[in-house]
Design a protein around this ligand. Structure first.
Ligand code: NAD
Length: 262
């Protein structure tokens, strides 16, 4: 019997078969969960729907997390179809490329707000809606990166947004944990080649450095992140909340100046 047998969960942020969300979806499906998905716009629906159907999903709906009305409509459909649910995986981020690659001191108000809204606040916005239809003792997981803690060249504004996301994870964990027994965690993955990753400056070099600095001496896979996330979604992690859980994020061995990667 799988560790998610009998559980229903949302996977938010699937774009294509390279997405971290796809690694998570496959692991959760293998472990017995019934899954629901969102997609962003018609273009992505063409890619998301066939993937979601591969893991036997029948709940595949549009949702832009930048729009409150779309979020309300999405969660209303989830409630209509499922009634209650058990877990939610948030694997969503967006920032304008300039905000990652330009010197951070040049970040505009607009770029700062957009990255914060889609990459950090959207987790809070999803959590508040999901909690209303989540069974007590459920689980929420978001995806973060080491750039929240250390300066990673080329990551810029997204590092600042991930710091806010990690802090939001802890505050949500305390709030929903004490009131409802709902656990909230973040998974911090090493770099993986995805659509979102293509916005990061000099990603090839980042992957090479990350592999050298990791405990395992290599980069991690989408499947490894998926397995860790499935564990956090499951009752096996019933005592784990408010944590940033690393999947060999790199730069822990032989790092240069504290807090700045060269
Ligand atoms: P991805 O491009 O496959 O996924 C990002 C998803 O965010 C896409 O599905 C996209 O549609 C969605 N999205 C963006 N704006 C949205 C909006 N307004 N409404 C709804 N959805 C929206 O890339 P990924 O690398 O799988 O990213 C998933 C998560 O993992 C992100 O939070 C990312 O920061 C994080 N992460 C990625 C890496 C990496 O190296 N790829 C490492 C650590 C953490």
């Amino acid at each position: 019997m799988g560790i998610l047998e009998g559980k229903k969960g949302l996977i938010l942020g699937l774009a294509n078969n390279k997405s971290i969300a796809w690694g998570v979806a496959q692991a959760c499906h293998r472990e017995g969960a019934e899954l629901g998905f969102n997609y962003l716009g018609e273009q992505l629906e063409k890619r998301v729907r066939p993937l979601a159907e591969k893991v036997d999903s029948t709940l595949i709906e549009s949702m832009d997390v930048g729009e409150d009305a779309e979020m309300d409509a999405f969660f209303a459909k989830v409630e209509e179809k499922w009634g209650k649910m058990d877990f939610m995986i948030h694997s969503i981020a967006f920032a304008n490329k300039d905000a990652l690659r330009n010197p951070f001191s040049q970040c505009t108000r607009e770029d700062f707000q957009l990255a914060m809204d889609i990459s950090a606040y959207s987790f809070v916005a999803c959590a508040q809606r999901a909690a209303k239809i989540m069974n007590d003792g459920g689980s929420m997981v978001t995806m973060t990166y080491l750039g929240a803690e250390r300066v990673i060249p080329g990551y810029g504004m997204m590092g600042v947004a991930k710091a806010a996301l990690e802090a939001s994870t802890r505050y949500l964990a305390e709030d929903l944990g004490k009131s409802r027994g709902i656990r909230v965690n973040a998974v911090s993955s090493g770099p993986i080649r995805t659509l979102a990753a293509s916005a990061v400056g000099d990603f090839r070099e980042l992957m090479a450095k990350s592999a050298r600095g990791s405990m395992l001496g290599r980069n991690v896979s989408q499947d490894e992140v998926g397995n860790t996330t499935a564990y956090l979604a499951s009752d096996l992690a019933s005592g784990v909340s408010g944590e940033v859980h690393y999947v060999d994020a790199g730069f822990h061995v032989g790092a240069g100046d504290p807090g700045v990667e060269k």
